[in-house]
Design a protein around this ligand. Structure first.
Ligand code: AMP
Ligand code: MG
Length: 340
């Protein structure tokens, strides 16, 4: 049977109903709110309830900070302001935004360009194609690809100055910022004096402190979970085309772009990554959604602390591949419910 209280999606439901779990010692507080356009749930365990509540508030404040600084939907965010600059103009940004841009560049290089925080023009092109139910023509695709390239962002670490080196550069931290927000929220929980915490934003989670959590991996083709994981410290993030996609001519296109071709990725429809921190898990889940299975498996074997689960196939016959380290987190307790 599906034990709602043992898994994080169960916790999400509890939170959504506004319930709070409060016991004597230690105190545990869980609260759900809408953050970054999705449902979040923050749980804190602390010596007393006041501390646990303060920890939850501190975590939400950090999630809001990241959204305010880095959302590309907001013209007044640092990313919104960067995206309005012409080549050679520049902006000094917060340590948080600068760190994300630096890590995004590192991961772009380490992934052979599969991760690219400048892919926003392509994301927008395919979003519009989905709205119009028509594939973009080759000339427009080629012109849009010309605008993309992570090497076109100049980063001066001494001053935290960001310099777009081409006109029309558009930054999108959608593949990495949520994971970083989880990390900052986790740090804030511990800084408040809580002993442990779990931050869940839309199913991507970060665990901090001394506690073992059970985290669910959503079934990509059916209701319920395909697997549950034991997680003591670290992060789990999933990328895929199940929740966010475009339909063009009856074909489902991923919201994740392969910057090497300029087209939506056609690789595994669901990839889950376990990593020591949220930023790494989030960004590499996006990378492994772009890389072919063979490329991804070779890359995963070289990365320390990064474990991967690939799911493809269908509701009737889901196919699974995982790194050995990933399988060590399996609890074997998952169940699915018939969809529809
Ligand atoms: P995620 O759901 O974490 O895989 O992030 C997907 C989001 O990241 C998309 O909605 C885009 O905003 C952005 N994105 C799409 N393709 C890429 C890519 N190849 N590299 C970096 N970010 C991307
Ligand atoms: Mg990601």
């Amino acid at each position: 049977m599906f034990k709602a209280a043992r898994v994080i999606f169960g916790a999400l439901v509890l939170c959504a109903l506004g319930c709070r779990e409060e016991s004597n010692s230690p105190a545990r507080v869980a609260q759900s709110r809408e953050v970054m356009g999705t449902l979040a749930c923050v749980t804190a365990i602390a010596p007393d309830e006041t501390t646990a509540r303060a920890a939850v508030e501190a975590a939400y404040a950090r999630l809001d900070d990241v959204n305010r600084l880095m959302s590309d939907y907001r013209a007044d965010s640092e990313i919104g302001r960067l995206n309005a600059l012409s080549a050679g103009e520049s902006l000094i940004v917060s340590p948080e935004t600068f760190y994300c841009l630096q890590r995004a560049a590192e991961i772009a290089e380490a992934s052979g360009g599969a991760f690219d925080a400048t892919c926003r023009p392509l994301v927008e092109l395919w979003k519009q194609a989905g709205r119009q139910n028509a594939l973009p023509d080759e000339a427009t695709l080629a012109a849009t690809r010309e605008r993309v390239g992570w090497q076109k962002i100049g980063l001066d670490a001494a001053t935290r100055r960001v310099i777009p080196m081409a006109d029309g550069l558009q930054i999108d931290l959608g593949g990495i910022a949520k994971g970083y927000a989880l990390d900052l929220a986790g740090e804030a929980i511990l800084a408040t004096g809580a002993s442990a915490g779990l931050v869940d934003v839309g199913g991507d989670v970060r665990a901090v402190g001394e506690h073992t959590w059970t985290v669910g991996v959503r079934h990509p083709f059916a209701a319920g979970l395909i697997e549950t994981l034991a997680l003591s410290s670290g992060s789990v993030a999933t990328s895929g085309n199940q929740q966010r996609f475009y339909m063009i001519d009856g074909h489902r296109y991923s919201h994740i772009i392969d910057p090497r071709s300029g087209r939506p990725t056609e690789q595994a429809p669901s990839v889950t990554v376990i990593a020591p921190d949220g930023l790494t898990a989030d960004a590499w889940a996006t990378v492994f959604s772009v890389l072919s299975a063979a490329e991804g498996q070779a890359r995963a074997a070289e990365l320390d602390g990064v474990e991967v689960l690939w799911i493809w196939g269908s509701a009737e016959q889901p196919q699974i591949a995982a790194t050995e380290g990933f399988t060590r987190h399996w609890t074997g307790a998952a169940t699915t419910q018939p969809s529809g």
